[in-house]
Design a protein around this ligand. Structure first.
Ligand code: GLA
Length: 339
């Protein structure tokens, strides 16, 4: 495994940003910024053996800072939505920043995606670490978090670990935007996608779960057998229509939980995790559209498989819990395997 670090520009306050490059024996490469522990590139061979960069990203740190679409970033402390940005824990009320309609999204005003993380090599991997202080973005507890990323053969793996000195909430994910035909190669309507999920979280007009877990059967949300992403994307199904495409959490019911193939490249992505859900987002609101190499990445030019707990779980005690207690160790993994 070849691993090296190189400069990737500076923030406006002069802080230096680095990029880690990991290339395995088969030539599969990953480029990861310490800014946001952000996956900038994943380069894998297509059906003819030619290298293809399958994730959206930018060439400069300025574009990452200016962007608001979380391209490739690590999301926390709580990814996805918290209704009205409020919650109660151990009888204490907490108020968070509201940045998505009436709700809190992806950790708030300055989430984990907007910090420079400490990083070091650990064997074949790079580990990104930060301490999110007590009260950051309104969340309780000093949270020590690490994200270990790298290749295991043709699997790009992400392992999260966290501990807190006070009970808190946590829902970490990675926000990579995949286009298996290559970033900047057009929309993903002709990709095939299969998701091992019998149910999805029904949402209101602000994409906040109502609490109902509905069957995918007979709906646009049914990906139990391989289907073109574009097939039902204009469907009248409220979840799809309101979001101008897919932006819903699926309840994972088997493993690996998803498989997608780029029609032109023949690249197949097999995704797995130990998390209970996955948000399928088809880049319906992509605004930072100038991609690497100046290639335009417009609406629906990628899809995200954000592995996570169900959104707003803190208000749904019947769902898997996002509470991390003092003294407990939070651990989770996600893998993206290219075949
Ligand atoms: C997630 C959300 C979307 C959107 C994107 C980022 O996928 O569910 O609604 O906020 O992140 O733009």
């Amino acid at each position: 495994m070849e691993i090296f670090k190189e400069p990737f520009g500076k923030l406006s306050d002069g802080a230096e940003v680095s990029r880690w490059v990991l290339i395995n024996e088969k030539g599969l490469a990953a480029k990861i910024l310490d800014y946001g522990a952000t996956i900038q590139s994943l380069i894998v061979p297509d059906k003819n053996g030619n290298p293809v960069d399958v994730v959206l990203g930018h060439d400069t740190i300025e574009e990452y800072v200016a962007g608001d679409c979380y391209l490739g970033a690590t999301i926390g402390r709580v990814g996805n939505r918290i209704g009205e940005g409020k919650f109660e824990l151990n009888g204490e009320k907490y108020e968070l920043f509201v940045n998505n309609g009436p709700n809190h999204l992806h950790g708030g005003k300055k989430g984990f995606d907007s910090f420079i993380w400490e990083a070091e090599r650990e064997g074949d991997f790079v580990v990104f670490k930060r301490i999110s202080p007590d009260g950051e973005e309104g969340y309780p507890g000093n949270l020590e978090v690490s994200v270990k990323m790298g290749w295991k053969e043709n699997s790009f793996t992400i392992e999260y670990e966290a501990k807190t000195d006070k009970d808190t909430v946590i829902n970490l994910t990675n926000h990579s935007y995949f286009n298996l035909n290559g970033a900047g190669s057009g929309d993903i309507h002709s990709h095939t996608l299969e998701i091992n999920a019998e149910k999805y979280t029904v949402c209101d007009e602000n994409c906040l779960p109502t609490g109902e877990l509905a069957s995918v059967s007979g709906t646009a949300m049914d990906f139990r057998t391989p289907k073109l992403i574009g097939k039902d994307i204009e469907n009248d199904e409220p979840c799809v229509k309101l979001s101008r495409g897919y932006d819903s959490t699926f309840v994972i019911s088997g493993h690996p939980f998803a498989k997608a193939t780029g029609d032109l490249s023949g690249i197949t992505l097999v995704a797995d995790t130990d998390q209970p859900g996955v948000q399928l987002y088809t880049a319906n609101f992509l605004t930072d559209s100038r991609g690497k190499g100046g290639l335009e990445c417009g609406l629906r030019s990628a899809f995200c498989l954000e592995t996570q707990h169900f959104p707003d779980s803190i208000h749904h005690p019947e769902w898997p819990s996002v509470i991390l207690r003092k003294g407990e160790i939070f651990k989770s993994f996600t893998s993206y395997t290219f075949v």
